[in-house]
Structure formats: C-alpha cells, structure tokens
Design a protein around this ligand. Sequence first.
Ligand SMILES: Nc1nc2c(ncn2[C@@H]2O[C@H](COP(=O)(O)OP(=O)(O)OP(=O)(O)O)[C@@H](O)[C@H]2O)c(=O)[nH]1
Ligand SMILES: [Mg+2]
Length: 215
Amino acid sequence: MDPVDVVFPCLDEAAALPGVLAALPPGYRAIVVDNGSVDGSPEVAARCGATVVHEPRKGYGAAVHTGLEHAETDVVCFLDADGSLDPGELPALVAALDRTRLAVGRRVPTGPGAWPWHARAGNAVLAALLRRRGLAVSDIAPARAVRRTDLLELGVRDRAFGYPLELLLLAARANWTVTELDVAYRPRTAGTKSKVSGSVRGTARAIRDMAVVLR
Ligand SMILES: Nc1nc2c(ncn2[C@@H]2O[C@H](COP(=O)(O)OP(=O)(O)OP(=O)(O)O)[C@@H](O)[C@H]2O)c(=O)[nH]1
Ligand SMILES: [Mg+2]
C-alpha cells in the first residue's frame, strides 16, 4: 500500500496526541501542524514519531493548509488531534477514493457529551444549506481523505474556521463526487480543552467564519 500523510491541526493537544498517534494504522504518517501550543504539543508529537510543522498564523484553515503543503503522498487525510476521532477509521475513507473524489466522515456521537447541542445545531443548519446547493452531506466534518493535487487545485482560501465548509462548497461547485461515511465521534481526550465548538462562544466563532464563506 502507498503511504498516506495525515494532517493533524493542533493547538494544545499534548494530552491527546500520544493516543491519537498510536492509533494510526501502518503506512499512515502523521504531520502535526502546531499553532503556537503552550503545552508542549510539538515535543510530544515529535517524540511519538510525527513530523512537526509550525504555522504562526492562528486558525484551523491556516494549520490544515500548511499541513497540505508539507504532505508528499498521493492521498492525504485530515483529522482532529483531540482524540475525538479514531485514526483507525481513515483506511475506509481512503478506500472510498476509488469511487469518489472526496471522502468525508459523518460524525456519529458515541454517547452524551461527545457533541454539544449548539455545535450540532449549527452544523445541521450549514449541512442543510449545502444540500440546497446540491451536495448530499449531513455533516461539516473534520475527517476527510482526498488526493493531494485535487485539493491543491480546488484552492480553498479560508484560513480560519470556515475552511471545512468552503472545501465542501468548492467541491460542489466543481461537481466532485463526495461520499460520506460514518465515523465514531467521541468526547475529546480528558484534560484537553476545546478550541472551536466545545463552547457556545467557540461555536459562534465557527458559524461566523462559515457565514463569511457562504457570502
Ligand atoms: N493548528 C491549529 N489547530 C487548531 C486551532 N484551533 C483548533 N485547532 C485544532 O483543530 C482541531 C479541532 O479543534 P477542537 O477544539 O477539537 O474543535 P471542536 O472539535 O469543534 O471542539 P470540541 O467539541 O471541544 O472538540 C483540534 O485538533 C485542535 O487542536 C488553531 O487555531 N490552530
Ligand atoms: Mg474536537
């Protein structure tokens, strides 16, 4: 099997990284993109064998894009580094690429607490907007597999928290086939802090960034 680079945007995920990186299947190589963590995340990632890249601009999109620029494999995956998603599910997304242009996870919460109501509600509204634009998705997921050159050509420009939504919008516009596969969504690893949608404020910021993309 060809190796697959996996981009992990990372802001203070030192507690979660060892478990996340240990769960990578053989042939899957981690690129941890650090955004000024103050908890030693880059050192932990390096100790666990990951390639560590530093991105000074804050934001999910900045981190993900820089990771993509450092990736070298034909297929690249993207996953959160907080322990909420299982790297063991990536091969199923990669396998789908023989019949689809973009494979994304559809988060299925494993229990209460995995997915706060405000994040879920915001997500559902945005997914409905995407469906109106002809893209049959039910999640704006942080788990995806795609060919590296395809994603570079798509030219996602958002560098903040609108990135996942802009990616899907551009994929729809380019008439890509997009396939959603169920992935388990667990509570983030204990001891790590939510940066995006774990708080009402974080959700509001994510929705604001996504609204910019929709304009
Ligand atoms: N590099 C980088 N990574 C970030 C930034 N903000 C969040 N992340 C990472 O992006 C991923 C998603 O962030 P989370 O805080 O888990 O967001 P969320 O999943 O919406 O919120 P939770 O439900 O609390 O997990 C995690 O791996 C974070 O470490 C950032 O500004 N820069
Ligand atoms: Mg999370």
